[in-house]
Write a protein that binds this ligand. Structure first.
Ligand SMILES: Nc1nc2c(ncn2[C@@H]2O[C@H](COP(=O)(O)OP(=O)(O)OP(=O)(O)O)[C@@H](O)[C@H]2O)c(=O)[nH]1
Ligand SMILES: [Mg+2]
Length: 537
């Protein structure tokens, strides 16, 4: 089957933020408005599609990042949007980090009352590290104490970013009914009875027309609530245009000569500056009250990069140690990164991959270039949270899940057997040794990304056991829920130095260290022995 969406019409985005900012609620609305779901899922009622794990539904929080796919119409053209909803809790930061590694763009959600919160700062820095262009969504504009300007200020002060508000909320708290679009100079008011699926638009001039405002009590209340008048609007719009022009040499001359910029020019300029990480467009809304999601999707298409807008992956050919590039194109040799492994009670281990170049067909063989092992892709799945749709092939720039991979770990590179490439650290090139007990039992250790264990090579320095125990426990809980066996023991614990020292030294030939045993912390972890799990009755 040929490719349905062009590479330029694909967006791989992550939704990231502090805990409870409304990431999952926003994603649920996206799924509803794009027609993926016919009913809006609710985090509070435990019916969210993206929070599918039992523990997530019980607690109302996201634990593991979930991927889904939607399509969105923009200017009569269909775009494919692959979305990863990430967790906001600090204990699951590694989930965000490994998702960011494979994403092209991100939407940062902020609580309109709290502004930038500690975890939003952490994920922002992670996105900086991977140079991921972002847009911001100021959510919860319906909450008591909502303050759009405060959020903009905190983005500027705490994150050191250059936020450009492309909208201004029309009303706040109970009066929040829609937004004013600075670029198109229009007002969007959502119709509550349609659950936000429909909205009315009118030119911003109408807001200064007394007869119109008198005939619309909702608009009058909103204007009063957010204290907007013509002067306020004109000043704000001028500043926004000045800010856009300031960051783009191509339009600055035009702006300085007082030639008005067209909407198309402004959009192009915002896209350019966003991709160059110079500015972050800011939008407003309330996911819970079904407002502001459609313009957010438009902004994802307009301002976030497609796979062809990000630099190609660079790596080394292990056969001749020469540097090679893999362009985001279907006619290039296949190269992908495994970024997440999940246990599924029906299909076993499912490995999420991001394809950077080439095409992968179900039933084909690939090379795990870090380990030198050959792997068969028995099935390819398009994931919608925990729902699977079988597909025959996957193209460059897409995200999917594979079944049948045996020795692939989080962070491994998969590539064409005849054109191997190793894009990530050379430590991956070590030959695998005998797999250990824990590994064979349930594969739970494979799900913990390497970044969860910071290297501890400095003599006399060790990672915090409390921190490590926390990560292990969470991963263990999630794993036990998926492998349908009830553990007869507590979550594994980090070995203390003393207990470890008591163990007799192992013979080198019978070592059970995993392939990535260069990390001493992981090596210690693999020495823990566990009783055999009993099957749940
Ligand atoms: N008032 C109001 N509440 C909201 C809004 N969006 C989300 N909420 C509520 O905020 C709470 C958290 O929402 P989630 O969508 O789970 O937040 P999250 O960012 O996914 O949280 P984690 O994944 O656990 O980090 C829920 O009770 C939502 O109903 C909003 O726009 N307005
Ligand atoms: Mg969530």
């Amino acid at each position: 089957m040929a490719r349905v969406f062009k590479l330029e019409d694909t967006r791989n985005i992550g939704i990231m933020a502090h805990i409870d900012a409304g990431k999952t609620t926003s994603t649920e609305r996206i799924l509803f408005y794009t027609g993926v779901t016919y009913k809006i899922g609710s985090v509070d009622e435990g019916t969210a599609t993206m929070d599918w794990m039992e523990q997530e539904r019980e607690r109302g929080i996201t634990i593991t990042s979930a991927a889904t796919t939607a399509s969105w119409d923009r200017f009569n053209k269909k775009y494919r949007v692959n979305i990863i909803d990430t967790p906001g809790h600090v204990d699951f930061t590694v989930e965000v980090e490994r998702s960011l590694r494979v994403l092209d763009g991100a939407v940062c959600v902020f609580d309109s009352v709290a502004g930038v919160q500690p975890q939003s700062e952490t994920v922002w820095r992670q996105a900086d590290k991977y140079r991921v262009p972002r847009i911001c969504f100021v959510n919860k504009m319906d909450r008591m104490g909502a303050d759009f300007d405060h959020v903009i200020r905190t983005i500027r002060q705490r994150l050191g970013a250059h936020p450009v508000p492309l909208q201004f909320p029309l009303g706040r708290e109970d009066n929040f009914i829609g937004i004013i679009d600075f670029l198109e100079e229009k007002v969007i008011v959502w119709l509550e009875e349609t659950l936000g699926a429909k909205f009315e638009t009118f030119p911003v001039e109408k807001l200064w027309d007394k007869a119109f405002v008198d005939s619309r009590p909702d608009v009058a209340g909103a204007l009063k609530g957010s204290a907007i008048d013509k002067k306020f609007y004109d000043d704000h719009r001028k500043k926004v245009i000045e800010y856009i022009a300031e960051h783009d040499d191509e339009v600055i001359d035009k702006y300085l000569n007082e030639v008005p910029l067209t909407v198309e020019e402004m959009r192009k300029s915002i896209r350019k500056s966003t991709l160059a990480l110079k500015i972050v467009p800011v939008l407003a809304g309330s996911a819970f009250k079904n407002k502001g999601i459609q313009p957010l999707l438009d902004a994802v298409v307009d301002y976030l990069p497609s796979p062809v807008d990000v630099p190609p992956v660079e790596g080394v050919n292990p056969e001749n140690d020469e540097s090679e590039l893999r362009l985001a194109r279907d006619d290039q040799p296949f190269a992908a990164l495994a970024f997440k492994i999940m246990s599924d009670p029906f299909v076993g281990h499912v490995t999420y991959i991001r394809v950077y170049s080439g095409v992968l067909k179900s039933g084909s063989y690939v090379l795990n270039s870090g380990k030198g092992t050959r792997e068969r892709i028995s099935r390819l799945l398009q994931m919608h949270a925990n729902k699977r749709e079988e597909i025959d092939e996957i193209y460059a720039g897409d995200i999917c899940a594979c079944v049948g991979l045996k020795s692939v770990n989080t962070g491994d590179t998969l590539c064409d057997e005849s054109k191997p490439i190793i894009p990530w650290p050379s430590s991956q090139r070590r030959k695998p040794t005998r797999t250990n007990w824990v590994w064979r039992c349930s594969g739970w250790r494979r799900k913990i990304p390497r970044s969860a264990f910071p290297p501890n090579r400095t003599p006399g320095r060790r990672s915090s056991p409390a921190w490590a125990n926390c990560t292990l426990k969470l991963s263990w809980t999630a794993c036990c829920a998926n492998i349908t066996c009830r553990p007869m023991w507590d979550a594994p614990r980090w070995r203390t130095a003393k207990r470890f020292a008591r163990r007799p030294p192992r013979k080198a030939s019978t070592s059970s260290r995993p392939a990535d045993a260069g990390n001493t912390d992981i090596a210690k972890l693999s020495c823990i022995r566990y009783p055999t799990p009993t099957m749940r009755t």
